[in-house]
Design a protein around this ligand. Structure first.
Ligand SMILES: Cc1cc2nc3c(=O)[nH]c(=O)nc-3n(C[C@H](O)[C@H](O)[C@H](O)COP(=O)(O)OP(=O)(O)OC[C@H]3O[C@@H](n4cnc5c(N)ncnc54)[C@H](O)[C@@H]3O)c2cc1C
Length: 361
């Protein structure tokens, strides 16, 4: 293995591996990806993996998610079947008073080209008969869906390897220095030099930032997910909180807890999550839950992605975000444009890390 590269990417989850793949398409750069674990050891291996667009606000952020969802079918043509399914997405509400907010959302998102229908109870139940008759209505968009995150990351890596990207797994980065125009990355398996550096460390990006004296304003937010036994087809759509995977398992949950990197699961949240599931889909009361897992969301302090250059450090970049499964195709595309052309086809000013400084001022 060489020890000098054009670009080093730290992190091989859905974000880092997408960037590696998109950058490698032209085969013009020598690229190294370093990961302290295996590719799905981080958040990308413990996610719901909805490709979720319609409720994302502000609408310019929803628009970015929509563009990414639009890229999935093209991505599949290039890297193979990642089990992307555009199921359409339903976000139910339980009180008539929520209808006003749903209509406001539909109006705001329409300006960004995101089509949302605000459905009555009858219309929702016609679309998704398994949902509870207690719901008052729902927002619906054909743009939403889901994907298999394991296949996604595996196929990005396979395609990137074909394009000569080097991967170094089980190799923790413990320090990064910059001298003149070269980054030296100190890892458990030795030192690597690179001209450009991309931080894609998911929830650990904050620690990577500390190594180069830059504060990355992200929090860690744990989410616990219940998984049922494989069931006969029950849900046709991706529902806010619940989805049925291709193998019949139903993944349930959207709990949020700020407990650092603690990935344990606990009975209280399992209980609440199971109750939520039955409230949405009464038939789930009969399903057996066969496992429960948790993942750590990387949550920028304002909830929006951090994408772009790192201030004061030429040739250093960051891609850190929640919704990294939905956004993975677009983020890989934009990072590749930024690095090759110095500009992006979509304005990414709103995602610049320097916005946090402006918020403080
Ligand atoms: C419960 C839950 C549900 C979610 N649901 C959805 C959803 O439905 N839709 C959606 O779009 N998103 C969802 N997300 C968010 C999404 O999963 C993440 O945004 C995405 O997986 C982040 O990918 P990533 O590549 O940035 O991070 P990761 O997958 O965590 O990858 C980062 C990698 O960096 C490596 N790394 C870190 N530090 C170092 C170091 N010092 N040295 C070397 N390697 C290092 C790690 O080992 C890791 O493999 C969910 C998240 C959770 C927790």
């Amino acid at each position: 293995m060489k020890n000098s590269y054009d670009i080093a990417i730290i992190g091989s989850g859905a974000v880092g591996s997408s960037i590696a793949y998109h950058l490698s398409e032209t085969k013009q750069k020598d690229i190294l990806v370093i990961d302290k674990g295996f590719p799905l050891a981080g958040t990308s291996g413990s996610t719901q993996a909805w490709v979720w667009v319609h409720p994302k606000t502000p609408s310019w952020y929803g628009e970015l998610n929509m563009y990414s969802a639009e890229l999935y079918p093209i991505l599949e043509k290039k890297i193979g079947d990642v089990e992307y399914r555009r199921t359409g997405g339903i976000a139910p509400f339980f009180s008539e008073s929520d209808r006003k907010d749903a209509l406001k959302l539909a109006e705001a998102q329409a300006e960004a080209g995101i089509n949302i229908d605000v459905l009555s109870r009858k219309e929702v139940l016609e679309k998704e008969p398994a949902l509870s008759p207690n719901i008052a209505g729902a927002t619906f968009s054909q743009l939403d869906g889901n994907v298999n995150p394991f296949r996604l990351v595996e196929l990005y890596i396979k395609a990137a390897k074909k394009n000569d990207v080097t991967f170094s797994f089980y190799n923790r980065v413990h320090d990064i220095q910059k001298r003149k125009d070269t980054f030296t990355i100190h890892t458990e398996k030795g030192e690597f030099a690179a001209k450009q550096l991309i931080l894609a460390g998911g929830p650990w990006t904050k620690e990577l930032g500390n190594m180069i004296n830059i504060t990355i304003p992200v929090k860690q937010v744990r989410g616990q997910i219940l998984v049922t036994e494989p069931l006969a087809p029950l849900l046709k759509h991706t529902i806010g909180g619940i989805r049925q995977a291709n193998n019949g398992e139903i993944l349930i949950g959207y709990s949020k807890e700020e407990v650092g990197y603690d990935r344990r699961t606990d009975l209280d949240v399992i209980h609440d999550t199971a109750n939520m599931a039955v409230q949405y889909v009464p038939d789930l009361a009969k399903a057996n839950v066969v496992r429960c897992f948790s993942g750590i969301r990387v949550m920028p302090e304002d909830g929006l992605p951090i994408i772009g250059n790192l201030p004061g450090l030429e040739n250093a970049f960051i891609a850190s975000m929640h919704s990294g499964i939905t956004l993975s195709p677009i983020v890989g595309t934009l990072m590749s444009e930024l690095i090759f052309d110095g500009e992006t086809s979509i304005d990414i000013q709103n995602y610049d890390i320097q916005r946090f400084e402006k918020m403080k001022a």
